[in-house]
Design a protein around this ligand. Sequence first.
Ligand code: GLU
Length: 384
Amino acid sequence: MSNLLAGHRRIVVKVGSALLVDRERGLKRTWLESFGEDIARLKEEGREILVVSSGAIALGRKLLKMPGGPLRLEESQAAAAVGQIALSRTYCEIFGRHGIETGQILLTLGDTEERRRYLNARATIGTLIGLGAVPVINENDTVATSEIRYGDNDRLAARVATMVDADLLVLLSDVDGLYTAPPALQPDARHIPLVEQITPQIEAMAGSAGSELSRGGMKTKIDAGKIATASGSAMIITAGHRLYPLTAIERGERATLFRASGNPVTARKRWIAGHLNTAGRLLVDAGAVQALAAGKSLLPAGVVGVEGEFERGDTLVIAGPDGHEVARGIVAYDAAEARRVAGLRSSEITEALGYEGRSAMVHRDDLVMDLNVDDRREAAFGTA
Ligand code: GLU
């Protein structure tokens, strides 16, 4: 198959525990070094790479000499506390050899599911990428309790890919792709190189098996695929155990590619436009309408009225001087702050708030210009 990484600029790579940690010997350094070289080369080509790394629990239990078998929640949390430090230190060292800084991000479920926190995490991760660092992301296992955890890093990685509008999510795991049936159970199962769309038949092929070290089986990978592809990221599942696992993908080693169902901007904008219950309205002047039409962010200076009670991160209607909706977008201020800064120039915002606010009321990445009614219906009820 052709080079599946070609044409993808922002790539989230998820690394499974089994690739990183050997039950007997601990961290697989040679593998990690080759992975680091792959990443350094891709970054030199101008790609942006984020790593979602498992392995904290597996590594911690090895370091703490905990016995095999299932762990109680607090035991796995203790293991993660020790393992995560060792993991981060290793990434830092391995990427550091190539002059790349590593940023550790530990997320809990609410950080991607609650919009306000989602925006915060997104801004931080975006800034890190902008500064050339490689974010290394894991679930914050030491504090996440069972009801409020992702539980597997496949879905966490998919949420991260959505959050950063990645072009591609790569799941490096212990299986080299999707088969017509779980190969361990049916040796004659066929490998599927390309999935155009995740249909119920595709889901049925996944089964539910996982390995001892990692939580995610094929089912969580397909769940991840649904999240990622619906929001515009393609996804690759491949076996990551070979050295230089990303080069291996480029060379055409066996993998399954799941195509994105739209491009990231379209899917994201559809997500915004698809909100049926908007939390309020921002009334803007004619100059702001023009700026929005030209693809610019909505600045507080152009806002003449604020209606409704909303939180930062809610989706609002933006209406022009005639009261008609011109756009929808995710607001960067809560209602009280928005009222305080409406009409102000950027230089006046800090004084009005008493702290440094965001320069845009609605950032252009978070804006969608008015769709006609059919588009909105499709956005709300369609598949994208
Ligand atoms: N967050 C877990 C860890 O770092 C891994 C979860 C998973 O394997 O999917 O140990």
